[in-house]
Ligand binder design. Structure first.
Ligand code: ZN
Ligand code: ZN
Length: 375
């Protein structure tokens, strides 16, 4: 596969990239627990922190309840749109459910849980699929074990709390990493990315829509200890600065809750979103699409393999790019622009790294290139 790329945002290159789709980007924080389950904050407290953290959309996911939808209710709180989903919580196999009025019971079989969410028109995402638990923190593993079952929208490819807690090796290391929430979390875990790649390839061969990768905080702001010794494990504002899911909308939000909820649902359902390590940069303006002749397809799409099909992307800051075909890195690039010839069917996705240490910043959803059936 050939790879060509630009190094600067010179005008000529900007013109070359004039077909970058016109998208409106919003910053979503999802997978958040309030006092309605085992989080320490009321929804209104959390919303105050969300506004201070420049969050456009907060997707609340208490365990097995949507009480937040009654009190305080979905809607705008200052700049932040509150939407209320839920985390369905059997002993293992947690499932995030969004855009559904009814949550299935955690007592049901997992196949039935997944099925019910989609029957009710919702989206569902496997939460922290490779969670290991932690013996020192006395956390059991909440791993996804029902690996034969399909029908969900996608999975969390990065969950801040799970990644952090799995890595705690002792009390001192735990306290140290609480002061530096990013230590050891410079990239999503390889097993989570590998699982995503595997499911995405499978979806492509089975002609499914794809498997959408999202990133969650799993914010709880749990208080441990008492009195003078009380300590909050990642206050909401700290969690809100970790993993986000950026969504790319075809039109701007207009503060009409029904309209805006529909746009966010479309982007998350169709894979027009990217997992962002917000701590390493919050710049907006990323775009990823496939292009051939006069046609272009946004990220998340199925794309027919045509001669001169190209994968293109723009970053708002200079980065290092990794290009992956069916989970294998096939080329790299540096700079603002990525422009790669696509010669084979399969799942194409990119990763963006930044800084001297090449930390993982953005993990956008792939395009799914389908062999031309007429050939
Ligand atoms: Zn969970
Ligand atoms: Zn959770």
């Amino acid at each position: 596969m050939n790879s060509e790329f630009g190094m600067s945002r010179a005008n000529a290159e900007t013109i070359e990239f004039k077909r970058a789709p016109l998208w409106f980007e919003y910053s979503v924080v999802l997978h958040v627990h309030s006092r309605y389950s085992d989080g320490s904050g009321s929804v209104l407290d959390i919303l105050e922190d969300a506004q201070a953290s420049h969050i456009d959309v907060l997707l609340l996911t208490d365990h097995d309840t949507r009480k937040g939808a009654e009190d305080p209710g979905e809607g705008y709180y200052g700049r932040t749109l509150l939407l209320v989903g839920g985390e369905i919580t059997p002993p293992q196999n947690h499932l995030l459910a969004f855009f559904t009025r009814e949550l299935p019971s955690a007592q049901e079989s997992w196949a039935e849980i997944v099925n019910q969410v989609s029957r009710h028109g919702g989206l569902s995402f496997v939460a922290h699929p490779n969670d290991l638990g932690n013996r020192i923190l006395r956390l059991p593993s909440y791993r996804w074990t029902e690996r034969e079952i399909r029908g969900f929208t996608g999975l969390e490819i990065w969950n801040h709390l799970s990644h952090w807690s799995n890595g705690v090796k002792g009390v001192i290391s735990a306290f140290r990493s609480l002061l530096n929430p990013w230590k050891g979390l410079e990239h999503p875990r390889a097993e989570d990315l590998a699982l995503w790649d595997q499911l995405a390839q499978e979806a492509l061969t089975q002609d499914n829509k794809g498997v959408v990768g999202i990133g969650g905080t799993d914010a709880h702001a749990v208080v441990i200890g008492r009195g003078w010794f009380a300590f909050k494990v990642f206050p909401y504002r700290v969690s809100f600065g970790t993993i986000r899911t950026q969504v790319y909308l075809t039109e701007p939000l207009n503060r009409d809750v029904t309209h805006d909820r529909g746009l966010i649902k479309d982007a998350l359902g169709q894979g027009r979103c990217a997992v962002m390590a917000y701590h390493y940069g919050s710049e907006r303006g990323f775009r990823l699409w496939a292009e051939s002749g006069k046609h272009s397809w946004p990220m998340g799409s199925q794309v027919p393999l045509e001669p001169n099909l190209r994968l293109k992307a723009i970053s708002p800051v200079p980065v290092s790019w990794g290009v992956f075909h069916n989970g294998t890195q096939v080329s790299t690039a540096t700079g603002y622009l990525l422009d790669t010839l696509v010669e084979y069917p399969g799942v194409y996705r990119v990763e963006l790294y930044r800084g001297k240490r090449q930390r993982g910043w953005l993990y956008p959803n792939p395009v799914y290139v389908v062999a031309n059936r007429a050939d």
